[in-house]
Design a protein around this ligand. Structure first.
Ligand code: GDD
Ligand code: MG
Length: 367
């Protein structure tokens, strides 16, 4: 069984779920969908696409909704990745299950083929071939990649039996029964996708998986402990970018060799500035003398003036951080101006174009 899979694996098809609004990442996602945010120098999805290709995926159907046209503009026909890409757009968002069903119109595989389905906001180091191999060998209906997190209440909690069979799927439950969660990468039998009702809003987490388990279908868990991160919050997004730069997750899509930081072509960094912790300096961005930038993402054409401090933060396109300002764990929208003396902390977000005048008081989201 595993042997016959290896032939199929060379032509594996995938569906990529990228229709979410990325609400938790506002204001970054006001103009750009979460999966396209520059991450370690390239659009986030480039890392997922390159990894999928390295495991034998050759054709990917994008299930888009929010700002749909931007995906094709970013990735075109996919030839740069050795992939064939197809874009399917929902008129109104169909939910995760409805989106999978809708995108399946564009699949070419037959009913018995395994189809990979990926959430579009995940960095994962797991071995996709092993997951598909397990799915095929056990003749499962669906095989879910599972990982362990400290706070499972924010995810799909997935208890399993000893044989790996998933016994329940509890989406965002306040009382999780295990730390093992849905890691957002599935292998579906094509025929199982075709059973999802067409043209209606369906949640794969709240309807499809519980329904399959209820009806006795084999839903399997493929659990591992490799690198895993959902980049759905600003803190996680910054961490993901830094981890890629620091090599904590290998990505074939990195734009070049990185060390403690990645300075993209056209950026200018003063020799006396301190840049560390996996920071990315975007194209055209400027970091002046004695500024300190640690564990952060600086987007294109932004300026960090002399003596400013930026840590664990995102600075938007063309934003300006004045001399002596301090940013920790914040998001600065495109074109915003943070005047001298401002200290922004703990999850504060500055909307695009906003000007914070010079001052000496603190702003933070928790007051
Ligand atoms: N096309 C389309 N249409 N895509 C959608 C829609 C839709 O209506 N709704 C959500 N998506 C996409 C998002 O763009 C994202 O890539 C993926 O589906 C999951 O949505 P999120 O909004 O990121 O969900 P989550 O992070 O709260 O939870 C999901 O991921 C967790 C792992 O990170 C669930 O699958 C959880 O069970 C899981 O643990
Ligand atoms: Mg998510």
């Amino acid at each position: 069984m595993t042997e016959s899979y290896s032939t199929e694996a060379a032509h594996l098809e995938a569906i990529l779920l990228v229709g979410g609004q990325g609400t938790r990442l506002r204001p970054l996602t006001l103009s750009t969908p979460k999966p396209l945010l520059p991450t370690a120098g390239v659009p986030f999805l480039a890392h997922q696409l390159a990894r999928a290709h390295s495991f034998g995926v050759r054709r990917v159907v994008f299930a888009t909704s929010y700002r749909a046209s931007m995906f094709a503009e970013a990735f075109g026909d996919g030839s740069a990745f050795g992939l064939s890409l197809v874009y399917i757009t929902e008129e109104s968002p169909l939910g995760t299950g409805g989106a999978i069903r809708n995108a399946a119109r564009a699949l070419t595989s037959g009913p018995d083929a395994p189809i990979l389905v990926l959430n579009g906001d995940i960095l994962s180091g797991h071995d996709i071939s092993e997951q598909v191999g397990l799915h095929v060998a056990r003749r499962a209906a669906v095989t879910l990649h599972l990982t362990e997190v400290d706070d499972p209440s924010r995810f799909g909690c997935v208890p399993t039996g000893e044989d790996g069979r998933v016994t329940a799927f509890l989406e965002k439950t306040p009382n999780p029964v295990t730390n093992r969660i849905n890691a957002g990468c599935y292998v579906f039998q094509r025929s199982v996708i075709d059973q999802i009702p067409e043209g209606q809003v369906v949640s794969v987490e709240r309807e499809t998986f519980p329904g399959l388990i209820e009806s006795g279908e084999l839903v399997l868990g493929y659990a591992d402990r490799s690198y895993w991160l959902d980049v759905g919050t600003p803190a996680a997004f910054v961490q993901g970018s830094c981890d890629l730069v620091l090599g904590r997750l290998a990505s074939p899509a990195l734009p070049g060799p990185c060390g403690e930081s990645l300075a993209l072509p056209g950026s200018r960094v003063s020799p006396s500035a301190k840049i560390a912790g996996g920071t990315v300096i975007g194209p055209g961005a400027v970091v002046e003398s004695d500024a300190s930038v640690r564990g952060s993402v600086l987007y294109a054409d932004c300026v960090v003036e002399s003596g400013a401090t930026v840590a664990d933060s995102v600075v938007g396109v063309g934003a300006h951080i004045a001399s002596g300002a301090v940013l920790r764990d914040v998001v600065i929208g495109d074109g915003a101006y943070v005047g001298p003396g401002n200290e922004l902390l703990a999850g504060a977000r500055v909307w695009p174009g906003v000007r914070l005048p010079p001052r000496a008081v603190r702003f933070s989201s928790d007051g």
